[in-house]
Design a protein around this ligand. Structure first.
Ligand code: SF4
Ligand code: SF4
Length: 646
């Protein structure tokens, strides 16, 4: 069926046809109508986010849980979402994930003018740029395929002209994308430093593969006309170029402008007499062409600012709109048809050339890899500095008496996915707890968990059955509040566990709005976390002592019984916080009744150690929190002061 659609409507249709099941967005011109249109398709759970960051994080969470997901925002919105954007490039995807950025050249309704193609290069993500509504639909489907094939989020760039302009579209039917099975893979989805370092290497390898793909992708195509001018272009700039120059030029149209198809560009440049880049805003393509050592014109002809149109492009080539005639559109259409026919005739030769280009790129990639090996070999030959004195390896773990220990001890026993955040409590992902599924960036513990929970509800999986978002007090104030507001507004079944240790512990005990002190150490307004949560409309709110395992368990069980959003605040000060730490009597293990089951070691307290197969407690390290004694089933771990002279 053929119909007229705006680019935004076509993107939504493309997402629907691609089998997308979750979409989140914050409104902003020119992207607003994308999820408004998505919302008409009942197969997609679509929602307004409270900002672009929570939108991206929620969609990322849903894709990790196994359903194709998208988020959409205007160009400046991606600035707000930049934190999870960069992390998402590191973690990759499970099911396909597309991030739409709708740029606003000319600042029709924006506070600035920025070219978000730079984000693709900066975050090392592929970017797809359609030039009309049909391509918006087709490329959206292609973007999901690329996302899954290369395990990467895909940036999808629109501009105002594409988003709001209407062109004819042939629509298709929805093809259900089978949900992808989810497996807890902490090395991929929990971005602790060791995992993040490894994921960066994966990201670089993926970019090389994407660069090879860019050379042969049908999204990048050559349309031959006169070879006296060769135009390299992308997005709607292609339409303006075509309307202005028609068959007077040949076109290399980049539907995927990053990674840059170097060999395709080299080949095109050798076949035309004059090479010109026509692009809106920054010289993104022009600079990439120059970096290849190829002489090219671009911003010397086409303005660096504002929105392009046919007249601007025509004048750049000494033509006037009047000279193009009133039937410029019809002419361009006829020329397009002619170009397409010619392109078809040349397709066979093109395929052959692309295969050669691919071989060339693969050889280049191999050479790069060999270069890397050589570098490593050279480094290996260099004299190494004297090794430091050998020290035994020691995995990072919660301090003795950390209030987070008991919470992760209990979470690890439940059939839940845990969406974590940045702070000491990220250690809960490590053994013996292993209780964390994702950790993306500050504040994402709640919003990624919301998307994950949405996917679990859609897929009705049994394990994990629910999602628990875990976040610290300082991180909650930093950017977790917006995620929780989003979850409350959208009625998410997420359980949020706020680990309030009364300080910003990980960075070295800095005050925050909940601690009651300011930077100078003077008394400050002590903001109530429970007050904020209740103001968001969340009714199921509990506060527990995280050292009391039974109470932690009861609160989690109550939250699991409630299908709506609920919040548990676990409040106890960081064990290293001097002003509130009350050191209690240490515990000891009664060796006569100890059954050597070593269950207590599952709380992973550094004060516990094993000697002669017997668990012991270092009384100097123990702060008397009592968590290990609750983990012991036999009542063998007792308070030292009651043991008299022990
Ligand atoms: S610094 Fe405080 S919050 Fe961090 S692990 Fe140690 S006790 Fe726990
Ligand atoms: S009571 Fe047990 S868990 Fe708590 S600090 Fe002492 S040894 Fe560690």
């Amino acid at each position: 069926m053929k119909t007229l659609m705006t680019g935004n409507e076509a993107m939504a249709r493309g997402a629907w046809e691609a089998g997308v099941r979750f979409a989140s967005a914050y409104p902003g011109t020119p992207s607003t109508e994308i999820v408004e249109s998505v919302a008409r398709y009942r197969e997609i759970r679509s929602q307004w986010a409270v900002n672009e960051k929570t939108a991206l994080e929620a969609a990322l969470g849903a894709c990790i849980a196994g359903v194709r997901s998208m988020c959409a925002m205007k160009h400046v919105g991606l600035n707000v979402a930049a934190d999870p954007l960069f992390s998402s490039a590191h973690v990759g995807v499970n099911a396909g994930f597309v991030i739409v950025t709708a740029d606003d050249p000319g600042c029709h309704s924006s506070q600035n003018e920025q070219d978000n193609r730079h984000y693709a290069k900066f975050a090392k993500l592929p970017i797809v740029e359609p030039s009309d509504s049909q391509e918006a639909l087709n490329y959206m489907k292609a973007a999901f395929d690329i996302s899954e094939a290369f395990d990467t989020p895909v940036l999808f760039r629109s501009t105002t002209n594409l988003s709001h302009g209407k062109t004819p579209v042939i629509v298709g039917e929805r093809v259900e994308a089978p949900p992808r099975a989810y497996e807890r893979t902490q090395s991929k989805y929990v971005l602790m430093p060791a995992a993040a370092r490894a994921r960066h290497a994966v990201l670089e390898e993926r970019l090389l593969k994407l660069a090879t793909y860019a050379e042969i992708s049908p999204l990048n195509r050559i349309e031959w006309g006169s070879r006296s001018i060769g135009i390299i272009t992308s997005g709607v700039a292609y339409q303006f170029a075509l309307e202005s120059l028609g068959q007077k030029a040949s076109y290399l149209k980049l539907g995927m402008s990053f990674p840059f198809p170097k060999n395709l560009v080299r080949r095109f440049s050798t076949e035309v007499e004059r090479l010109v880049v026509i692009e809106e805003l920054d010289p993104f393509i022009e600079e990439a062409v120059r970096a290849l050592g190829i002489s090219v014109e671009g911003k010397s002809l086409i303005p660096l600012t504002g929105e392009l149109d046919t007249g601007i492009v025509a004048r750049a080539f000494g033509l006037s709109l009047a000279s193009l005639g009133a039937g410029v559109g019809a002419k361009a259409q006829a020329e397009t048809a002619q170009a397409e026919a010619q392109a078809q005739a040349e397709a066979q030769a093109e395929t052959q050339a692309q295969a050669e280009a691919q071989a060339e790129t693969q050889a280049e990639t191999q050479a790069q890899a060999q270069g890397g090996t050589r570098d490593k070999a050279d480094a290996a030959e260099a004299p190494l500095p004297a090794p430091p004195e050998q020290v035994p390896g020691r995995p990072p773990m919660f301090c003795a008496g950390c209030p987070h220990r008991g919470v992760f001890y209990e979470l690890a026993k439940l059939p839940v996915a845990v969406s974590g955040d940045i702070g000491c409590y990220t250690l809960g992902s490590l053994q013996p707890f292993g209780a964390m599924d994702t950790c993306i960036c500050m504040g994402a513990g709640i919003s990624t968990g919301m998307g994950f929970q949405a996917a679990l509800e859609m897929l009705r999986v049994e394990k994990p059955k629910r999602t628990v978002g875990v976040i610290g007090d300082s991180t909650f104030f930093h950017s977790g509040m917006t995620g929780l507001l989003d979850a409350a507004y959208n009625g998410s079944g997420l359980i949020t566990f706020i680990l309030d240790n009364r300080i910003t512990a990980m960075t070295g005990h800095q005050e925050n709005p909940g601690s009651g002190f300011n930077l100078s150490g003077d008394a400050a307004n002590e903001v109530s976390i429970e007050g904020i949560v209740k103001a968001f409309g969340i009714k199921n709110v509990a506060t527990v002592d995280p050292f009391n395992l039974e109470k932690v368990r009861e609160a989690l069980v109550a939250a699991l019984a409630d299908p709506g959003p609920s919040v548990i605040v676990g409040r106890a000060p960081c064990a290293l916080l001097k002003r509130s730490a009350v050191r209690k009597p240490a515990y000891y293990v009664d060796q006569e009744t100890c059954r050597k089951c070593k269950l207590c070691l599952r709380v992973a307290c550094p004060a516990l150690y094993v000697e002669n197969d017997m668990v012991q407690i270092d009384a100097d390290a123990c702060v008397g929190c009592g968590v290990c004694s609750q983990a012991c089933r036999w009542g063998t771990i007792k308070i030292l002061s009651k043991a008299g002279d022990k």
